[in-house]
Design a binder for this molecule. Sequence first.
Ligand SMILES: Cc1cc2nc3c(=O)[nH]c(=O)nc-3n(C[C@H](O)[C@H](O)[C@H](O)COP(=O)(O)OP(=O)(O)OC[C@H]3O[C@@H](n4cnc5c(N)ncnc54)[C@H](O)[C@@H]3O)c2cc1C
Length: 428
Amino acid sequence: MTSMPPSLWARTAIAGPECPPLVSTEECDTVVVGAGYTGCSAALHLAREGRAVRVLEAAEPGWGCSGRNGGQVNPGGNRATPDEIIETLGREWGERFITMGHETCDLVFELIDRYRIDCEALRPGYVQGGWGNTGLEYERDWVAQWNARGVETRLLDANEIRDLIGSDHYDHGLFDPRGGNVQPLSYARGLAHAAIAEGAVIHGNSKATRIERSGNDWRVSVEGGSSLTARHVLIGTNGYTDDLWPGLRRSVVPVCSFVAATAPLGHNVLPRVLPGRHAVSESGRVIVYYRLDRDGRFVIGGHGNLFNVDTSGDDSHVRAVAERLYPELGGVDWEYHWAGWPAMTRTHLPMLVGLAPGVFAGLGYNGRGVATATMMGKQLALAVLGEAPALRVEPLSTFALHPLRQIGISYRLIVGSWLDRRPRRKAA
Ligand SMILES: Cc1cc2nc3c(=O)[nH]c(=O)nc-3n(C[C@H](O)[C@H](O)[C@H](O)COP(=O)(O)OP(=O)(O)OC[C@H]3O[C@@H](n4cnc5c(N)ncnc54)[C@H](O)[C@@H]3O)c2cc1C
């Protein structure tokens, strides 16, 4: 089986389930392609309803972004504020998305409780920090709009955010109680265990290579000659989407994202860094996010860029941010760095795409997929069950000039990093 690339999470995760490759020709109700949060959650929700589900995974459960991310369970389903979501989707679908987005973190922590997933889950809340005018309007909008919907988010001034996270880097911020942290690979493997416990079958090392009509059903062929025939096919391959379904790869733009982790912090440093163990991100043009792991390692993530797009690349940019936030991290050892490919969409909102009768894809979490991909799996299951998903089922639409988009996004990241590094102004 293709194994996980080295990372802190690969080193400390719970064991994954046995997932023998598909070696025969079989029939089932639904084939799911990809065993990340999207695929495992879809399989879990369908198996729970008694459907015969098989998952095809090219490597092993959690091998993609689901086993490599920062482990932040971010609130709201998306970075966009409720008003921005309504502006993009219109009132009816916007309100549905907002209600669904509000439930995403609860879904994650409910599944963790229900299936007793051992994934270092903590729910101290989510903090976002900004400086000068950067992020100020966004923080005010987020808090006002979610408050109006009954969520007790609140604005933080410089003193409050410093007391909460131990860094005096920010002039202002927001606190959202819905967020938290998980060990992301343990969570992915836990979802896979749960899906199997409910009756799903997961085949590792089984790359789907072709989807074609077979009477009223679909046949999904697998590298090596085996295949599955099913009434429904769900695709949850996100930033690792290949040419399995024509055009799907070009509906999103994968962007490299990095994470680096220190050695466990010593007792002289640890009490001053993230004392409440919150999940934190910045309001800058380039998203930086950080947290502590169970053993007190400082874990920080941010985007790669045009010159830094492969997973073994240089992580000095995120380490430099860490030292800016917490000067006491200056002398600590950095033990790990790794990367993966989340997927961006045109609207910056995730997509549930109807590809053909009985074939759906869920993808494009724009770097916020721990909670949202879990929820997408549930929505894909609803689509198969004939119940109305909270997301509008949209037709496939591809980016024009797709290869240039990646360069464009990388360029924006380079300029954004430079602008974010300029001297900070105090808020007016
Ligand atoms: C470094 C990094 C940090 C991040 N930090 C956060 C964070 O802190 N919080 C947050 O909410 N989100 C974060 N994200 C985003 C989040 O990880 C993703 O949005 C989420 O994991 C997507 O899950 P998924 O199941 O859709 O896709 P993935 O987990 O990427 O899984 C896709 C799977 O499909 C498989 N596959 C692809 N093609 C085929 C095929 N033809 N046949 C069979 N299998 C196939 C792949 O092997 C892979 O396992 C981060 C991402 C990265 C890379």
